[in-house]
Ligand binder design. Structure first.
Ligand SMILES: NC(=O)c1ccc[n+]([C@@H]2O[C@H](COP(=O)([O-])OP(=O)(O)OC[C@H]3O[C@@H](n4cnc5c(N)ncnc54)[C@H](O)[C@@H]3O)[C@@H](O)[C@H]2O)c1
Ligand SMILES: O=C(O)C(=O)C[C@@H](O)[C@H](O)[C@H](O)COP(=O)(O)O
Ligand SMILES: [Zn+2]
Length: 360
């Protein structure tokens, strides 16, 4: 097992990465002070892992209950968040209750937001079971739900007290979901570590085959990159916004298509192709570099052609992006491979060329 730390002073927490971690009660030692433990999961993950995790947590001598939500991005909303509060109140949860998010990014984001707001804030642990959640969403404390008009529009920064990433849970993940997670892995290389991007390119087959050693490196290096950024800029005053590479376009695709039609990682993959092309048009990177990044994304079985909403519709959808300031949309661009920065692009024509091509 490898352990690293997200350094946030007295709110620092460990990220444990390894195999069969959900069977190890010691890793859940933060529950020692808890009066009760609630696992929050969904209808797909519950039959796979909830019983094993319950057995582990019961060894800590606390009452353990499970809340099972419907599965899917389209359920990341108020109505389903309310189901968590309903159960917490019905079964007598209190301020010392610990929530444990068992699932992908949807469960992690919703459980985190429930923890941020229940009784004005209780503690939670992330047990990410998708690649995307292990490399990205379980780390950094962005929690929340979607609004029909925009992704993750309602939420809070609320850090978990531990992240426990069990690589064996990835063995049951559908191939399409694995590819979606690889989009965020590629993002980490593109924005912060050119060497890591080389490694990703060389190890495409091992990553697509979900080989444990490749997964371990992908999760570990991604968590190192993300935790360094989060430690430096927890609330996105500056450098954290670079973790949004591909997301201004990607979130527009998700909302525009209807949540769940394109997976988050798929939209981000395609959004990174658009972001790379924007970087070229701003004279930061070369056409060869755009082609290379596009090829890496495509070779992970991710879509590279944006849906044809038209530039106006993209602009409308992107206006609500959280990086927008005074009505000016701000994009993450690649200054070079391995380094990103934020740019405003006042010229609608540039966006027109980016959104004109495409499949759907
Ligand atoms: N908070 C953040 O920093 C952050 C970062 C990136 C993404 N996100 C959010 O995360 C969400 C996407 O997360 P995701 O890609 O994990 O999607 P997801 O949570 O919908 O999970 C994907 C699918 O895999 C299933 N699943 C989960 N674990 C499984 C397993 N081990 N075996 C088989 N099936 C399994 C789920 O039930 C679901 O059907 C989006 O809502 C996105 O906005 C948040
Ligand atoms: O942690 C971050 O910061 C990120 O931007 C990571 C992204 O991969 C993630 O999708 C995040 O939820 C997007 O944040 P948002 O603020 O644009 O909703
Ligand atoms: Zn993302």
């Amino acid at each position: 097992m490898k352990t690293l730390e997200v350094d946030l002073g007295n709110r620092s927490y460990p990220i444990h990465i390894g195999t069969d971690l959900i069977d190890q009660p010691d890793l859940f030692s933060a529950c020692k002070k808890a009066t009760s433990i609630y696992i929050v999961t969904n209808t797909t993950v519950a039959p796979l892992y909830a019983e094993r995790l319950t057995n582990t947590l019961e060894k800590l001598g606390k009452p353990v209950r499970t809340i099972v939500l419907p599965d899917g991005e389209s359920y990341k909303d108020w109505k389903n968040l309310q189901l968590i509060f309903d159960d917490l109140l019905k079964f007598g949860a209190d301020r010392q209750t610990m929530l444990v998010a068992l699932g992908g990014g949807v469960i992690g984001d919703m459980t985190g937001f429930a923890a941020a707001s229940f009784m004005r804030g209780i503690r939670f642990i992330q047990v990410p079971t998708t690649l995307l959640a292990q490399v990205d969403s379980s780390v950094g404390g962005k929690t929340g739900i979607n609004h029909p008009l925009g992704k993750n529009m309602i939420g809070a920064f609320h850090q978990p007290v531990a992240v426990i990433a069990d690589l064996n849970t990835l063995k049951t993940l559908p191939a399409r979901e694995l590819s979606a997670g690889l989009a965020e892995v590629i993002k980490h290389g593109a924005i912060a570590d050119a060497e890591f991007l080389n490694w990703i390119e060389t190890n495409t087959s091992a990553l697509l085959a979900c080989e444990t050693t490749a997964m371990e490196h992908a999760v570990l290096r991604s968590c190192e990159i993300k935790s360094a950024v989060v430690s430096a800029d927890e609330r996105e005053g500056g450098i954290r916004a670079t973790l949004n590479f591909g997301h201004t376009f990607g979130h527009a695709i998700e909302a525009g298509m209807g949540y769940g039609e394109w997976l988050h990682g798929e939209a981000v993959g395609c959004g990174m192709v658009m972001g790379a092309e924007l970087s070229r048009q701003l004279n930061f990177i070369t056409q060869d570099e755009v082609n290379r990044l596009t090829h890496i994304i495509q070779s992970m079985n991710l879509p590279i052609a944006p849906p044809k909403f038209g530039a106006q519709r993209y602009m409308e959808l992107m206006q609500v992006d959280k990086k927008t300031e005074g009505g000016q949309i701000r994009y993450v661009v690649l200054e070079k491979i391995g380094k990103a920065q934020i740019q405003s692009v006042p010229d609608l024509q540039v966006i027109e060329t980016l959104t004109a091509t495409g499949a759907t």
